[in-house]
Design a protein around this ligand. Structure first.
Ligand code: IDC
Length: 307
């Protein structure tokens, strides 16, 4: 529900409630727990055509309240500063629609967040300056740290630095911190989370056919230690983003998500021929889409949104 319209510098936007993190929950401005449900774009260098208002409006109609914008940070995966404008476009459409929006610094092949820390600093300085006053922007500072990277030596120092970079301008927006091993080791992070910070959550990513009980138990361990978790990326196939769908593991994940009201965003809004794509590969529409344009995964997701 829209809480009203705000107009700044001639542009009017639907206003959404400012979120904050209380314990392990995301709450709105009146302190009520919010269930964030969303979709993630594919890499915006590869699929920029899906970053448009009609496409986002379709997802809103399907039940999403959040869009994640994935900007791969490695040059080999298409990183270019010119994509900042694509991120701005995405934020603008989400804002006009009254949706939350995650600005995702999508490290992947560059497994250590420190590798491109300079670029990340420039990126988040620009974004936090620009979006400090908006109530709907969420920052994800490192998608999936991986390789010989540790929480203590690499990710934690990077996260402290990025927290300062963002908080210099944006005092309140939620910040999602990636965790070791492709954002799986929330149990490790729970033993030594960032101190003296506010509105910080930690990423847990799963692909249901690969990640089963053993990863779900890391989640419950971390939650009982009080770690706030954001499922900022997941799908119901295997970790390649393709292969078979595991509906029984997926159902267990969703039960866990609903029980703890974990915020979530599903990978990916594109029609690429891979199982995780939410749009059928035979559908070439990039604007408004209907249920019949969704892939099996997309249809599954829309049902989950309604639960
Ligand atoms: C995958 C895409 C695929 C692309 C590949 C390489 O689905 O089309 O070729 O990246 O960039 C992640 C990553 C996410 C991956 C996804 C599936 O965050 O970028 O996307 N995945 O492999 N972590 C676990 C799985």
């Amino acid at each position: 529900a829209l809480l009203g319209i705000v107009c700044m510098a001639g542009t009017c936007q639907a206003k959404v409630s400012r979120l904050s993190v209380k314990g392990t929950k995301v709450v709105n401005a009146s302190g009520k727990t919010v269930q964030l449900k969303g979709v993630s774009t594919h890499g915006i260098a590869w699929f920029p055509q899906y970053v448009n208002k009609k496409q986002f409006a379709s997802w809103k109609k399907f039940g999403a309240n959040t869009v994640r914008l994935a900007l791969y940070s490695d040059k080999a995966a298409g990183f270019d500063k010119s994509l900042y404008k694509k991120v701005d476009e995405g934020v603008k459409y989400a804002t006009q629609l009254g949706m939350y929006v995650i600005i995702d610094w999508h490290i992947l092949s560059d497994g250590n967040p420190k590798t491109n820390q300079k670029q990340a600093t420039a990126f988040f300085t620009r974004m936090a300056k620009k979006y400090a006053k908006q109530t709907n922007v969420i920052y994800e500072i490192c998608n999936e740290p991986n390789g010989s990277v540790t929480w203590e030596k690499d990710i934690k120092p990077y996260a402290k630095k990025m927290y300062q970079v963002i908080r210099k301008y944006d005092k309140k927006g939620i910040i999602i911190v990636g965790t070791p091993n492709w954002s799986q080791d929330v149990d490790v992070v729970a033993k030594s989370p960032l101190k003296g910070v506010e509105n910080v959550m930690y990423a847990l990513h799963f692909y249901a056919a690969t990640h089963t009980d053993w990863l779900r138990s890391k989640v419950t361990t971390a939650l009982s230690a009080g770690l706030p978790i954001y499922v900022s990326e997941f799908s119901i196939c295997d970790s390649s983003g393709s292969g078979r769908i595991d509906t029984s593991s997926a159902a267990k994940w969703m039960k866990l998500i609903r029980k703890y009201k974990l915020p979530y965003a599903a990978w990916n809004v594109s029609n690429k021929a891979e199982t995780s794509s939410l749009i059928k590969s035979s559908c070439s529409k990039t604007g408004t889409i209907k249920s019949s344009d969704l892939s099996k995964t997309g249809k599954w997701l829309v049902k989950e949104f309604k639960k």
